[in-house]
Design a protein around this ligand. Structure first.
Ligand code: NAD
Length: 500
């Protein structure tokens, strides 16, 4: 069969334009069949003993660990990140999450005894709570952490006994092919994890296919579209959407260390990190902070991450750069002042100067909300009340941070900030926690990945009650002796529900 040009997807190194990945788009009409294959494999996988499922996941972890350097190189070439950053932020957290899953999923998903406690007197039987796999998960991926954000939910779905059909981002094809090859090498049952390539149309076909849960990582707008498509068939969802993360700087925060940490947390991954810090609220005089942030931002070394000593690489592609530049123009039009950077770089590749903005009012923040690139906005606020209000003013609520020497004051502030992950004197890195649930509030999404709660996204609780055949059961017709029942109910109520 010959494929039309538009059916071939190509990814290019954003630093050099060289081709990195190439794949034929999956015809939308094939998607339901691929889901069907996964379902057939899943029905056996579900009843495969945990020891065998665990052995498969452990084999996959070892393959990823063996290939860690090659993975970092693939991510550098396809996404444009320094290889050390790819290793520390993408590969190692994935290995840790697989290790956590291998060690803990068996116990976390084991049957549990339920009740009956005092209801024993009502002859309520003992229940057995069972975590039943949902079936086939339809997963739509993004590109910025092409291993971590895809492999972790796949591993957890498989640990839970589900099958998966996933559509990686059309911007991370080489990474996706590497991930799928690792699953095959580990001995994945035929068709259990199906990969389909394509853009929005193929993603939509997956959301329309007979899946049992949708998992989506990406932007708010597309995520809501995908969610609506799946919801039309009653399919539940886990959606990990954009962030616009605030950092509150308390008056006692140490300047140098805090600036260094926030600048890394803002510009890691060229600012294309969902939990990157995007806005800083300095409680009190912001002037020395703006100065220190500007120095640190100007000191970042931008370039092709293939070279040594590069802090920040290019944006993912030209389209992302144009959109980012447009948002910065709108933000300055809304009143933000450019303190550092603010322009695309005059060199081949989609490079943008790391940019520091200063604002004196909330207006520019609203304009900046969709920015996915190397920018940090700083605003001074009068007191902690204003800082909390500003942090909570966005429709996004993925992660947030509070910085200061007095940890109990900072912790108290942290508790008032609405976000799925709130850190004190930390940002971004705890996202790598294998055991802590990760996910957002408000427009940033719902559902959780990682750890126990991440596993539970792929199962439904099923309760089994049982009794000996022919054994005595209370309250069977006819109520021959109501006096006895009355006496018992009075006794029961006196014991457990006395009148107030
Ligand atoms: P995107 O929303 O443009 O695309 C995400 C995925 O959706 C892609 O695979 C795309 O092909 C697919 N898609 C497009 N239309 C679809 C449709 N109608 N139905 C189903 N799927 C469809 O986002 P992106 O550019 O890949 O990622 C960038 C965004 O992701 C940023 O906003 C970032 O903040 C967010 N993000 C969030 C998290 C998180 O964990 N919360 C992590 C990483 C990135």
């Amino acid at each position: 069969m010959t494929l039309a040009v538009e059916d071939i997807l190509v990814t290019r190194n954003p630093a050099t334009g060289e081709e990195v990945g190439r794949a034929a788009a999956t015809p939308a009409s094939d998607v339901a069949r691929i889901v069907g294959r996964s379902r057939t494999a899943q029905s056996l996988w579900e009843s495969t003993p945990w020891s065998e499922r665990r052995a498969f996941l452990e084999r996959w972890r070892r393959i990823l660990s063996r290939d860690a350097d090659a993975w970092a190189e693939t991510i550098r070439a396809e996404i444009g990140k320094p290889p050390n950053e790819a290793a520390a932020g993408d590969v190692i957290p994935t290995l840790d999450a697989l290790r956590w899953t291998v060690k803990n999923a068996g116990a976390a998903l084991a049957d549990e005894r339920v009740g009956p406690s005092w209801q024993r007197l009502l002859l309520t039987p003992v229940g057995r709570l069972r975590w039943k796999p949902l079936g086939v998960v339809g997963m739509i991926g993004t590109w910025n952490y092409p291993l971590f954000l895809n492999a972790v939910p796949i591993a957890q779905a498989l640990a839970a006994g589900c099958g998966v059909v996933w559509k990686p981002s059309e911007l991370a094809i080489a990474s996706a092919d590497r991930l799928q090859a690792g699953l095959l090498e580990a001995g994945m049952p035929d068709g259990l994890v199906g990969m389909i390539h394509g853009g929005g149309e193929v993603g939509r076909a997956l959301m329309e296919a007979p899946i049992d849960k949708m998992v989506f990582t990406g932007s708010v707008e597309t995520g809501r579209r995908a969610l609506a498509t799946a919801a039309a068939n009653g399919v539940p969802g886990l959606v990990e959407l954009s962030g616009f993360d605030p950092a509150i700087v308390m008056p006692d925060a140490p300047l140098d260390a805090t600036v260094r940490s926030i600048v890394w947390s803002a510009f890691v991954g060229c600012g294309q990190t969902c939990v990157a810090v995007k806005r800083v609220y300095v409680v009190g005089d912001a002037a020395p902070w703006v100065h220190a942030f500007a120095e640190a931002v100007r000191g970042l070394r931008v370039g092709d991450p293939a070279g040594a000593g590069i802090d920040v690489g290019p944006l993912i592609n030209e389209k992302a750069l144009t959109r980012f530049d447009q948002i910065l123009r709108e933000t300055t039009a809304a009143g933000a002042e450019i303190i550092a950077g603010g322009l695309r770089m005059d060199r081949p590749g989609s490079y943008y100067e790391p940019t520091l903005l200063k604002a004196d009012s909330p207006g520019p923040e609203r304009a900046l909300e969709g920015a996915f690139g190397p920018v940090l906005l700083v605003r001074g606020v009068a007191d902690v009340e204003e800082a909390v209000a500003a942090a909570n003013s966005s429709r996004m609520a993925l992660a947030a941070s509070v910085w200061g020497r007095d940890r109990s004051a900072a912790r108290e502030m942290a508790r008032r900030v609405v976000a799925g992950m709130v850190c004190v004197n930390e940002a971004v890195t705890p996202t790598a926690s294998a055991s802590a649930p990760f996910g957002g509030f408000k427009a940033s999404g719902f559902g959780r990945t990682h750890g126990l709660l991440g596993l539970r996204e792929f199962v439904a609780p099923q309760v089994l009650f049982e009794r000996r055949a022919g054994g005595f059961r209370p309250q069977l017709f006819p109520y021959a002796d109501s006096a006895t029942v009355d006496r018992f109910l009075r006794f029961y109520r006196r014991l457990f529900h006395p009148r107030a």
